[in-house]
Design a protein around this ligand. Structure first.
Ligand SMILES: [Zn+2]
Ligand SMILES: [Zn+2]
Length: 244
């Protein structure tokens, strides 16, 4: 008699045979042991930010106090940030496929990457995890809430409650990196609002804010500013990637 385990293996093999999937980087035919869209070998070449980095912007630099020179001059509404890897090659490609080409299964690989490379306590030492929000218009255009999907997976893995709509994005903004300094200041102004119904719930709590890519840091700064006005205890940030 065929056992359930054998049947499951057979079905997985059949699916892989019927719908072959190739590594988006080296074209190797992917097996069930590889990642979604990438083979393990390519995935393992992701440049991680592991030891020396700035605790405010995640930049991989060696600093005496843990803060880079640029961040020393700024005021922050969040406590610290951890970024998993450098936004280039495989990781950049993976984020693009995930966000713009509906390869939503990569969310699982991102979650595993976080689990493998970020200190567990950095995640569990919070009361809630929340995603960087998108506008309703973006959601309709993209078809899925990309930051929330990963947030939900992290929430399940670490038993950390997620609040999907604690922060709401109410204004359509342009990418900060594409703007002139003058426009950057007004672009994110009043773009986010805290959902009033959670105000008591988050009072004096630690919030872990998740974003996919850290670029200028203005988005997380603006959200943290709004949250800090609600008297949360502190805000920690987690992102998948950032530039060098
Ligand atoms: Zn490959
Ligand atoms: Zn910095």
């Amino acid at each position: 008699m065929v056992s359930l385990k054998h049947l499951k293996t057979f079905i997985i093999k059949l699916i892989h045979f019927l719908f072959p999937n190739y590594c988006q980087s080296c074209d190797k035919l992917l097996s069930q042991h590889d990642k979604n869209c990438f083979c393990n070998k390519c995935w393992d070449s992701i440049k991680l930010i592991k030891e020396d980095f700035c605790i405010k912007c995640g930049k991989p630099v060696i600093t005496a106090e843990g803060i880079c020179n640029k961040c020393k001059k700024r005021r922050f509404y969040y406590k610290q940030i951890r970024v998993v890897g450098v936004y280039e090659e495989i990781l950049k490609n993976a984020i693009h496929l995930y966000k713009y080409f509906f390869r939503w299964k990569i969310a699982k690989d991102f979650t595993e990457l976080i689990e493998k490379n970020i200190d567990k306590k950095y995640i569990t030492n919070n009361d809630y995890i929340i995603p960087v929000p998108v506008t309703h218009k973006d959601l309709m255009k993209k078809g899925f809430y990309h930051t929330f999907l990963v947030t939900k997976m992290i929430s399940q893995k670490y038993h950390l409650p997620v609040i999907r709509n604690l922060v709401v994005k109410i204004k359509q903004t342009r990418p900060q990196a594409s703007l002139k300094r003058k426009d950057r200041l007004t672009n994110l102004e009043n773009a986010f609002r805290i959902n009033k119904k959670y105000k008591n719930k988050i009072l004096n709590k630690k919030i872990l804010l998740f974003d996919d890519v850290y670029t200028t840091g203005s988005t997380i700064q603006e959200i943290s500013k709004e949250l800090s006005q609600c008297k949360v205890k502190n805000i920690n940030v987690l992102a998948i990637a950032r530039g060098r």
